[in-house]
Design a protein around this ligand. Sequence first.
Ligand SMILES: [Zn+2]
Length: 231
Amino acid sequence: MVGMVAVLCYHKVGEEQAEGRWINVSPQTLASHIEFFQRRNYKVVPAASLAGKLPERSICLTFDDAYESTLANGLPVLEKLAVPAAFYAVSEYVGKDSGWDGEKAATLAGWDELKRAQKAGIEIGNHTHSHLDLSKLNQDEQVAQIEKCSWLMRERGLNPETFCIPFGKYNKETSAAIEQAGFGVGFTVEKRWAKESDDRRLLPRFAMSYGDNMPALLYKLFIRPKMLMGR
Ligand SMILES: [Zn+2]
């Protein structure tokens, strides 16, 4: 397990009655995931630490879109277990709802809530200005989407250190666009561990949702990747 990191991609955090099952985990499930790795002496590393040589025996916690539920129900779990994490905000939609989710749109945290989370030690990362499909944009348009988000966040006292690709969709210009916009770390979604040879701006993450109790998490992280490698 040398130089490999499992990056976990969460979205909302709440009970099923309030937030549904789609892109949501309960606070209890989130805590059980983290406690599992803590008991086994995995390090929980901040996203920004993946810029250089990858750490050993580590996981990294990321939460896309900065939903209000994530700040209300997820942040207390992270604070209680004293682990770092990154919440990825979409500058045009802060304080509104996730309009790109269509009829499943949910409330997003406002600027003040994001600042409070940053004060609590959470990285508020860059998830572009408008949550567009970057695979359909040229490099300049992608850079503009990323830089506008950084500018608006910094204007409000937030300090994004890493980047997260909307929908996990990108094209051959995306890595260069992320670099040009000043980020050494970017995340997509792919069902495997991050490894030393990976492009740090297109790092894979395991997507988590409501059904991901401990057996499902173990299957996704430890069993399925081996099957996919044909071992
Ligand atoms: Zn997103």
